[in-house]
Design a protein around this ligand. Structure first.
Ligand code: NAD
Length: 379
């Protein structure tokens, strides 16, 4: 199978590695030729390391590398069966690229986008044939994170999602079908993990290190919200939050945090700038959290209840089926358990009561419960 990948940045090169590893011929194009050279040089190092660790043979490494053909013009994509776009997150620029591409590829070629936040329907509507367009959303780093969200838009051909699911499985991925809603599954359900954490720090209820410690120790999360924001990049995380908030017509549930805005303005983006919620400079000491059992329980229950409420609401709205909702959070962002199963384990009535209490305290729409959560908590 011939796969075209547009954009050779973080995501493009990762997806190229995945496709080539499964035996596809990959055509890789980027408007910036130097970026493709840089990414391929990095890929060489990644593959060498895999050989050193005996994860793959030297021949396999050569084979993967040779399957990726750097291209200097889109014209080279003319025989591709599937094109995955992973360029800058800008609707106008993406649309232009798709319109050019449509003039080059055959009528049978599937065109897709790895966008995290632009509506798939809106991108497809700019094409002559929107039926062949679909979202294929990988997670960073693409070779390591198993989840792929497959997102048909309103105009996408009926059977295309299933076709892509089968293809992604053959690439060793765990695909889930998601509705074309802002944030799809993962970036929608995960919002309170950051949002509630930020709010508790903003309101001097807890420190970042206490929130992180509580989520790691009580919830078994690999990373707490602040550590994770520092890793993702506070600017990136803030931008996703703002987009989801605006695209849900300013639903207060997704209201961004002023603290995050200030951190972003100060360019305290996290690891990549050396400082975020934590200091990453050479001799910096990580602050030791002041342990407080009661506070830790509050932090954990508050964040987890908000997450479970989101998962239940996604179920109610049919954004994905139960299995997909559970898999998405475990395989896309490493949550230790599926949120629906977690809700059942703790008791939906306990989750409902926690939200009820928050609503009582704040009198804010942010804490409104999914109608399905109320129903489930009465069972
Ligand atoms: P990136 O900045 O690392 O790479 C983007 C590449 O696109 C750059 O190399 C740039 O030169 C190239 N480019 C820009 N305009 C172009 C054009 N008109 N034609 C051809 N190439 C062009 O970005 P990224 O992090 O790899 O993100 C790419 C896409 O993947 C975005 O839509 C993003 O929302 C999505 N995404 C990112 C992540 C992530 O964590 N980084 C995760 C999932 C999805």
């Amino acid at each position: 199978m011939k796969i075209g990948i547009i954009g050779s940045g973080t995501m493009g090169i990762g997806i190229a590695q995945v496709a080539a590893t499964s035996g596809c011929a990959v055509f890789l194009y980027d408007a910036n030729v130097a970026q493709t050279e840089k990414s391929l040089a990095n890929l060489r190092k990644v593959l060498d390391r895999l050989v050193e660790k005996q994860k793959i043979s030297a021949e396999k490494s050569e084979d993967i590398f040779n399957k990726i053909k750097p291209c200097t013009e889109l014209q080279d994509f003319k025989d591709c069966d599937l094109v995955i776009e992973a360029i800058i997150e800008n609707k106008e620029i993406k649309t232009k690229v798709f319109q050019n591409l449509e003039e080059i590829v055959s009528d049978e070629c599937i065109i897709s986008s790895n966008t995290s936040s632009i509506s798939i329907t809106s991108l497809s509507a700019e094409l002559k044939n929107p039926k062949r367009f679909i979202g294929i959303h990988f997670f960073n780093p693409a070779p390591l994170m198993p989840l792929v969200e497959v997102i048909p838009g309103l105009l996408t051909e009926k059977n295309l999602a299933e076709e892509i699911v089968t293809l992604m499985e053959s690439w060793g991925k765990i695909p889930v079908i998601a509705k074309d809603v802002p944030g799809f599954i993962v970036n929608r359900i995960a919002r309170p993990f950051y949002g509630e954490a930020l709010r508790m720090v903003e309101e001097n209820i807890a420190t970042p290190e206490q929130v992180d410690d509580a989520m790691r120790t009580l919830g078994n999360f690999k990373m707490g919200p602040f550590e994770l924001m520092d890793l993702i990049g506070i600017d990136i995380n803030f931008s996703v939050t703002k987009t989801v908030y605006a695209d849900y017509f300013f639903d207060p549930k997704y209201k961004p945090s002023l603290l995050q805005q200030r951190m972003s303005e100060a360019k305290l983006h996290g690891r990549k700038t050396g400082k975020g919620f934590y200091d990453y400079s050479e001799n910096a000491q990580k602050p030791v959290p002041e342990k407080d059992e009661e506070l830790y329980h509050e932090i954990f229950m508050r964040i987890l209840s908000m997450l479970i409420n989101e998962a239940v609401e996604a179920k109610r709205l049919g954004i994905a089926n139960d299995q997909a909702i559970e898999l998405a959070m475990q395989k896309g962002v490493n949550y230790p358990k599926g949120l629906l199963a977690w809700g059942k384990e703790i008791g939906y009535s306990t989750i409902s009561e926690t939200l009820q209490k928050m609503y009582g305290q704040y009198q804010e729409e942010r804490y409104r419960q999914s109608p399905l959560l109320r129903k489930m908590s009465n069972k």
